[in-house]
Design a protein around this ligand. Structure first.
Ligand SMILES: [Zn+2]
Ligand SMILES: [Zn+2]
Length: 302
């Protein structure tokens, strides 16, 4: 079958929730456009600007794939890309790292702070992890941080949170989340299906993809995560993209949309004033000091 877009090349994949079959080149340029639109709408495209891009281990291959496109987009803007990874060891996967405008850092966090990431369900892990990373990039003067979270990954966390009666967990599938202090978390892969991202990241970064799966399995899987996964899998099986949209719409309706307080640590929805139930741990005085100690160590260029 030929590509629905160019009509010339052989189609390699079907675009989820559409009737389009795409060849590799057309699919790549389609995703390029969507990521560029996301970066543009979140004000990450500035001439000679600086971007902080977080690549957590459970999203390693997704992050590397997004990074390759971000580098291609930002080249025209002569921007500096500061990549934050779990360890300098992960930087071996960054093959595009030879470019002068790329710097790689490892996230350094005290052991007691890392302990808060263990044995937690996916949303608790993610909100705390990005709060710790935010604390470290603030020290380099960044007021925003770009993330690689594809659509279903965010929806899965929302469903999982609601299933455990923690309504705080809504509002994750957004282009950006704004903290009360003005710091923003921008999602480069906003609106892009995990199936599409998986296809490309597995093809382009097979080793990193294996690493990603291993890291993902280390996050404490709760029963609600499993349920959330099943709900999403059935939705996808029946090709119902509507399910994903209606989850977001329902959550927005439940909260009365824009007026939900945002967490001062992770920027997520928070029903108790300005600290969400997942970040409450940071309110402990001792933990708060440890959070302020999170920092970035620059890795040697490859
Ligand atoms: Zn094509
Ligand atoms: Zn929070």
């Amino acid at each position: 079958m030929n590509c629905s877009k160019c009509g010339v090349k052989k189609a390699v994949a079907k675009k989820p929730f559409t009737d389009q079959y795409m060849c590799l080149d057309c699919y790549m340029s389609d995703i390029y456009k969507r990521i560029k639109r996301n970066l543009s709408r979140s004000k990450q495209l500035e001439y000679r600007g600086k971007i902080a891009f977080l690549i957590p281990q459970p999203y390693l291959a997704y992050g590397l794939f997004a990074l390759r496109i971000i580098l291609a987009i930002e080249k025209k803007y002569e921007s500096e890309i500061h990549i934050i990874m779990e360890s300098c060891d992960d930087s071996k996967f960054v093959k595009d790292g030879s470019e002068k405008n790329v710097r790689i850092y490892a996230l350094q966090a005290p052991e007691e702070l890392r302990y808060l990431l263990k044995d937690e369900n996916s949303i608790a892990w993610w909100r705390r992890y990005r709060a710790i990373a935010a604390s470290s990039v603030l020290k380099l003067g960044f007021r925003s941080m770009v993330l690689p979270l594809c659509a279903e990954a965010a929806s899965k966390m929302e469903i999982s949170s609601i299933l455990s009666s923690q309504l705080d967990g809504g509002g994750e599938e957004e282009l950006y989340l704004l903290r009360p202090d003005g710091f923003s978390f921008v999602n480069a892969l906003y609106g892009i299906s995990c199936r599409e991202v998986t296809l490309f990241s597995y093809m382009m970064f097979p080793e990193a993809y294996e690493e990603q799966l291993r890291a993902e399995s280390r996050i404490g899987k709760s029963l609600v995560d499993e349920y959330a996964n099943n709900i999403l899998m059935s939705a996808i099986k029946w090709r119902s993209g509507e399910v994903l949209h209606s989850i977001d719409k329902s959550i927005a309706w439940l909260y009365g949309s824009q007026n939900v307080p945002k967490c001062k640590y992770c920027g997520g929805f928070s029903l108790k004033k300005n600290v969400c139930s997942y970040c409450e741990v940071f309110e402990d005085e001792k933990i708060n000091v440890l959070l302020s100690q999170a920092e970035l160590r620059e890795c040697k260029q490859l």
